[in-house]
Design a protein around this ligand. Sequence first.
Ligand code: NAP
Length: 318
Amino acid sequence: MPTATDPAPPRDGVLRLGIVGIGKIARDQHVPAILANRRFALIGTADPHGSLAGVAAFPDLAAMLAAVPDLDAVAVCTPPSYRAEIATAAIDAGLAVLLEKPTAATLVEAEAIVAHAAAAGTTLMATWHSREAAAVAEARAWIAERNVVAVEIVWKEDIRRWHPGQEWILAEDGLGVFDPGINALSILTFILPDPVRIETARIAIPEGRGAPIAATLAMAAGDIRITADFDFLQTGQQSWDMRIDTDRGSLFLSDGGATIAIDGEAPRKSENIEYRSIYARFADLVAAGESEVDLSPLRLVEDALRIADRTTVAPFTF
Ligand code: NAP
């Protein structure tokens, strides 16, 4: 297994990878990105019910580890509440670990995973797929040459359309509307030069649920004023938008960072490359014996939940 002192990828550079959690995101994005990358061989899945045609299936990580002792890495695509236990077991087994966002259900759990990986000398990649969206790097470079004055985030999607039946997402450790909202926060913390802080937060939690269905945040980064409006009940037009006003023009990111418009010019949309970028870098990190972790988006969510004014709203059913 690759370690900090032995960073060479095994078996001619092909990493034997297992996926833990074969749900929506694993099927939609991870599997195609893995199959398109010659540096990975997908050799197992661990999920209580799900499986992939042609890939050895196990009910959980322990069963996969027992049956496939020469695994090199796992991608953890479960809901966040299971991440800490799974990541810890994978690190103990000497595997490189790729974590879907959010890194864990809580900051404390995420920090424990990071410390455990560091102590073991194991590669840990805590991914934020929205940071890999096609226009985000261009936005970051454009912002770096200007002084940002204000940022307005509008992240509104239909929970029933994008997360059908995912009861876990409205449990306390599912993060509710912050599950998509943290994607906006991951872009924000990546493109702004200064650390972001929460100033005020308002959240609406459906009666009988543990996590918000809507949230409004006021944030700041240095002198930059930032607002965010997150809604999980948006029907019709969906919005994953961010407007950045600077001393020399404005930039509009939409489609979750895939589309960019500068100073009112025609929007430019590019192909979705998020997960291909993630797996290319994961292979590089394993080869170099390095890790990549930034917990700042999760920290903002926890800060918002801690200080938020809470209201209880009508019960929600899928
Ligand atoms: P999902 O469809 O509910 O899939 C999660 C899968 O993990 C389910 O098959 C679940 O099985 C399985 N699972 C639960 N506990 C497990 C365990 N201990 N070991 C192995 N497998 C386990 O959820 P999802 O939409 O894919 O989301 C998963 C994560 O990806 C979330 O953190 C989310 O934020 C992130 N993500 C989702 C999207 C998206 O569009 N959906 C986009 C980007 C990132 P059971 O159903 O039997 O419990």
